[in-house]
Design a protein around this ligand. Structure first.
Ligand code: G
Ligand code: G
Ligand code: MN
Ligand code: NA
Length: 254
């Protein structure tokens, strides 16, 4: 915990970096977006997985400065790619509860967008169901503000939380990310297939974009394609990679 404090005080975030994982249109096979994933290269601990780092940062409150650093880095990187002439794409940033409930969140997001001259629809926030359900009315109010700015919102890990379908239709969101639990082996598991098919259909009925997470096999991809899922993300296409590696995926627009 003290190591994490130290990493921020001395290092000015130099021990942190962001990896990017492509999101691919399931029919065209083109990269349409990316998810940003935080990484910590600690001199003492080595590379610390986000699954360990984020809970630690949450409990110490350090998720606020670290999360701001992620947002700023992603906005800067996205604008740098646009300036270099690559086809513009939306980049999604994960948010945890403590970040999402900070009072000046909207102000900070507007600040990072304007200082980097980035149009709002190139930024997406990934919120989990459980984050939203902690205080659904407060969450909806913030989500509405974000959508009115033009920022996109995705529900992450969908299907594993506790949100009832009654609430889903009330949520101001653009996208459902079906949790990778349902996607793993979906082509050969009748129960997962039934649930996944229903989630895709339901998302489309609510005018949401539907993306499958954790796609690892051609068989599962083919199932998703046949059932008209919109996009896919997973090791089959690419693991999360550094910005330099991700840039190799990008194509020049002109
Ligand atoms: O990338 P990895 O599989 O290690 O991610 C583990 C968890 O950490 C995921 O649930 C992911 O959403 C979360 N995570 C990754 N990067 C960030 C971040 O920048 N902020 C927050 N709040 N969570 C993140
Ligand atoms: O909770 P969240 O969806 O934000 O977690 C994102 C993390 O999921 C990524 O950091 C990455 O490590 C992991 N991930 C991405 N694609 C795959 C995949 O195809 N299989 C598995 N097992 N994990 C994946
Ligand atoms: Mn995510
Ligand atoms: Na997820």
């Amino acid at each position: 915990k003290n190591i994490l404090h130290g990493a921020i005080e001395q290092g000015h975030f130099r021990q942190f970096f962001v990896e990017y994982q492509p999101q691919v249109d399931i029919h065209s096979g083109k990269i349409i977006a990316a998810e940003a994933l935080l990484r910590w290269q600690s001199p003492e601990l080595g590379i610390v997985a986000a699954s360990e780092l984020v809970p630690l940062a949450e409990s110490t409150g350090l998720i606020i400065p670290i999360g701001e650093w992620v947002l700023e880095s992603v906005c800067q990187q996205n604008q740098a790619w646009q300036n270099a002439g690559y086809s513009p794409l939306c980049i999604a940033v994960n948010f945890s509860a403590r970040q999402f409930t900070q009072p000046d969140l909207i102000k900070k997001i507007v600040h990072f967008l304007t200082t980097n001259n980035l149009e709002p629809h190139y930024l997406e926030l990934e919120l989990t169901e459980s984050l939203i359900m902690q205080d659904i009315n407060a969450a909806i109010a913030v989500m509405n503000e974000l959508l009115s700015l033009g920022v996109k919102i995705a529900v992450d890990d969908f299907g594993t939380g506790y949100s009832s379908l009654m609430y889903l239709k009330k949520l101001p969101i653009n996208k459902l990310k079906i949790d990778r639990y349902f996607i793993h082996n979906v082509a050969n598991d009748p129960q997962k297939a039934a649930i996944t098919t229903a989630l895709i259909q339901m998302g489309h009925n609510l005018n949401l974009q539907v993306i499958a997470e954790g796609v690892e096999t051609e068989l599962d991809l083919e199932f998703l394609r046949q059932h008209n899922c919109d996009a896919m993300q997973g090791f089959l296409f690419s693991r999360p990679v550094t910005a330099a590696e991700f840039q190799k995926f990008l194509s020049r627009s002109a």
